[in-house]
Design a protein around this ligand. Structure first.
Ligand SMILES: *Cc1c(COP(=O)(O)O)cnc(C)c1O
Length: 228
């Protein structure tokens, strides 16, 4: 069994050999206990992703207490759906949120950032497969609101890019089609925006379509013992 650091850095170095563009691997540590995150930190991992806000606050507050330099060098990404009711808890804990799925959530995030005066960067989540169960904007909605979206930033709230996922059944054709749609959206309309796409099972395909942020959990930390 490779250590956490070995797993993380071997994914990174394999991808660097295959793809010329810069990218960031986010180590998705949701459901894993503090001890595991501490170990990952000691082995050099500096970029983490979490879904559950209270769980993340508990673990990363502890990490930042035990290792004060982690306040500066660790970045934490919120990767579940961004929900209006919990937005205020993101500030000062997370530097990124990947699941902004509606204009009303976005406007809530902007208002809150202005109040909290702590920087957050966000991704607009796109529903790339049309599945009812999936959260996020349709591509059509993004295009119809292009001007509004470009105005929707403030000093503390910056639009980093788009987040998307393949179909729930994980089929490869559908996954590649989904990544292609997000890649085309950027190419044609938002060339400076970043793409958050690719998980343990499909990150190589995501890289082929130009992913900038990969959200990788089980390949680094092993299978999760409960669904997250
Ligand atoms: C859990 C999760 C991941 C990581 O999944 P793995 O398959 O374990 O790599 C990535 N993105 C989101 C939104 C997740 O919820």
């Amino acid at each position: 069994m490779p250590t956490l650091g070995e797993a993380f850095f071997s994914i990174e170095s394999d991808l660097k050999k295959k793809f010329p563009h810069p990218f960031q691997v986010i180590a998705v540590s949701k459901t894993k206990p503090y001890e595991t995150i501490r170990q990952a930190y000691l082995e050099g991992i500096r970029c983490f992703g979490e879904n559950y806000i209270p769980e993340a606050i508990e673990k990363f507050t502890k990490l930042r207490e035990e290792f004060p330099e982690a306040k500066e060098c660790v970045s934490l990404h919120h990767i579940g759906p961004t929900q209006s009711g919990t937005i205020r808890k993101l500030f000062g804990v997370f530097q990124f949120t990947h699941g902004v799925g509606s204009l009303s959530t976005l406007s809530e995030l902007l208002k809150r950032a202005d109040k909290e005066k702590k920087l957050i960067r966000y991704f607009l989540q796109c529903n790339l497969t049309g599945e009812e169960s999936k959260h996020g904007f349709s591509i059509e909605e993004i295009l119809a609101n292009r001007d509004l979206l470009y105005k929707s930033e403030n000093e503390f709230c910056k639009w980093e890019g788009f987040m998307g996922m393949g179909p729930s059944d994980g089929n490869e054709v559908g996954t590649r089609l989904a990544f292609q749609r997000l890649s085309d959206l950027r190419k044609e309309h938002f060339p400076e925006k970043k793409l958050s796409m690719g998980m343990s099972g499909d990150f190589e395909s995501a890289m082929e379509f130009g992913a900038d942020y990969l959200r990788i959990g089980s390949l680094i930390f092993g299978e999760r013992s409960y669904v997250g």
